[in-house]
Design a protein around this ligand. Structure first.
Ligand code: ZN
Length: 252
């Protein structure tokens, strides 16, 4: 069986522009995330950043990606609509999509959700306790009852997302807020997981428990290689609708 091709994409701006953030993530947040995933032999892990040609998200790269992990904060609006649409289409075709922290406002995620995806937030060095509320879910594999982060950015409800298909984690913050912090959706043939922690000012992506979540999530989100829907024999009144046979994809 071939390895799951995982790409970690990062806007990579805070790390270049802020000495304080660069001290935490000297090779960028993407490399810290990739380092954790590379502990797993079943993944072939690559990274890409926004300063690459085509924003690191050209068609060929996406077609050779099984699971895309995304971190962004400052540059959501800099991603052209056609690039966001390319990512969205690949998710509908079966690519897994893991959306981290402030990436809840990135264009491909907002397009896939169909809602505003805004939330309450506060930078106040508060404690976050992530409760694993679905211990039998594959993303919860090997985790304790809760994960406690001594300092993180605070997010709060209401988080403007469609009701998740599965809610795996709920966070509590010492300031009093709660937040749906680990949420799953299916869109088309693709699986999507939103995971809340990972503010750039904290070393969250070096933690073993957080890395375990990302490994579990990448494994869960990979294309299932189940039968592709074939619609060619369906009689439809929509004469101009073109039906694409994608039955060969994801069948290595
Ligand atoms: Zn943040």
């Amino acid at each position: 069986m071939r390895k799951t091709r995982v790409m970690v994409w990062n806007e990579n701006i805070h790390e270049r522009e802020s000495e304080k953030i660069r001290e935490i993530y000297p090779s960028g947040i993407h490399e810290a995330i990739a380092e954790g995933l590379r502990e797993c032999d079943s993944f072939d892990v690559k990274t890409a950043t926004m300063d690459m040609p085509e924003y690191g998200l050209d068609q060929n790269t996406l077609e050779n990606t099984d699971v895309l992990i995304w971190w962004s904060h400052l540059a959501h609006a800099q991603i052209p609509d056609e690039v966001a649409e390319r990512v969205r289409t690949r998710v509908l075709d079966g690519m897994g999509f893991i959306v981290l922290h402030s990436s809840h406002l990135c264009k491909p995620f907002v397009k896939l959700m169909g809602t505003c995806c805004r939330s309450k937030w506060r930078e106040n060095d508060e404690k976050e306790r992530i409760w694993i509320i679905e211990p039998a879910h594959p993303i919860a594999h090997g985790l304790p009852e809760f994960i406690e982060l001594p300092c993180e950015e605070t997010y709060g409800e209401r988080f403007e997302i469609p009701t998740p298909d599965e809610l795996v984690f709920v966070s509590w913050f010492s300031g009093g807020e709660v937040f749906r912090s680990g949420a799953c959706w299916k869109r088309g043939l693709g699986k999507i997981f939103y995971f809340r922690p990972g503010h750039e000012a904290y070393p969250t992506f070096y933690r073993e428990d957080i890395r375990q979540v990302l490994k579990n999530a990448a494994d869960w989100a990979k294309p299932s290689c189940g039968p592709k829907p074939t619609l060619g024999n369906v009689k439809t009144p929509y004469e101009n609708v073109k039906l694409v046979d994608r039955s060969d994809e994801f069948h290595p």
